[in-house]
Design a protein around this ligand. Structure first.
Ligand SMILES: CC(C)(COP(=O)(O)OP(=O)(O)OC[C@H]1O[C@@H](n2cnc3c(N)ncnc32)[C@H](O)[C@@H]1OP(=O)(O)O)[C@@H](O)C(=O)NCCC(=O)NCCS
Length: 172
């Protein structure tokens, strides 16, 4: 197998899974001691990009972030844990699901604070979309996630078309 075809061999979701853990400090929070939503969003995007880059074996950019709901506040001093896993791949794009949990560092008690889906596009050296390896699905849960991601993709592409049409009509 040459280097090119080796790079494009199918990969499993477990090959690119990422887990990050960070202690939240005062710089991450407001005056009430609650961590800013934007901080969590940035870290989730970083975890997702790392999983996508591992899968693609090249640089990626974020093309889409689905809506993010914060279910529980995260307090200063808590340990934020982010788990990112590739759910779906297209030709050049990759959907990653990121789950965020916060735990009390003393008791270890954790809460699920939010989950979100991110779409990344792999780029070649000239910054153009570049093909990614296929995804080897190994179990029923992965096949279900793939199917659900397909459905989300339909909606995203529909929204992209609507947004493009709206921009064009405003330009006229
Ligand atoms: C990402 C980017 C290179 C894609 O360019 P483009 O001209 O839209 O490219 P294409 O139309 O060929 O789309 C590339 C892939 O992205 C997918 N895509 C594009 N827009 C999308 C959207 N809104 N939602 C989901 N997927 C999308 C396409 O379906 C295609 O997937 P596929 O190859 O798997 O079928 C370009 O939009 C870009 O540079 N965006 C800015 C990225 C950025 O700066 N991010 C923030 C910092 S990382």
């Amino acid at each position: 197998m040459n280097e090119q075809s080796e790079q494009q061999a199918n990969r499993r979701p477990s090959d690119s899974e990422i887990e990050l853990a960070l202690l939240m400090g005062p710089n991450d929070a407001n005056a009430m001691g609650n961590v800013h939503g934007g901080v969590i969003m940035r870290l989730a995007d970083e975890a997702g990009a790392l999983a996508a880059m591992r899968h693609a074996g090249k640089l990626v950019v974020t093309v889409r972030i689905d809506s993010m709901t914060f279910l529980e506040p995260v307090r200063v001093g808590y340990l934020l844990q982010l788990k990112a896993r590739v759910n779906w791949v297209g030709n050049t794009s990759i959907e990653v699901g990121v789950r965020v949990e916060a735990s009390n560092p003393i008791t270890g008690e954790g809460i699920h604070t939010n989950s979100a889906y991110f779409v990344y596009v792999a780029l070649d050296e000239r910054g153009r979309p570049s093909p990614v390896p296929g995804l080897e699905l190994e179990n029923e849960a992965q096949r279900r996630r793939w199917q659900e991601a397909e459905e989300r993709r339909e909606i995203r592409l529909e929204k992209r078309t609507q947004a493009q049409e709206s921009w064009q009509s405003h330009r006229r």
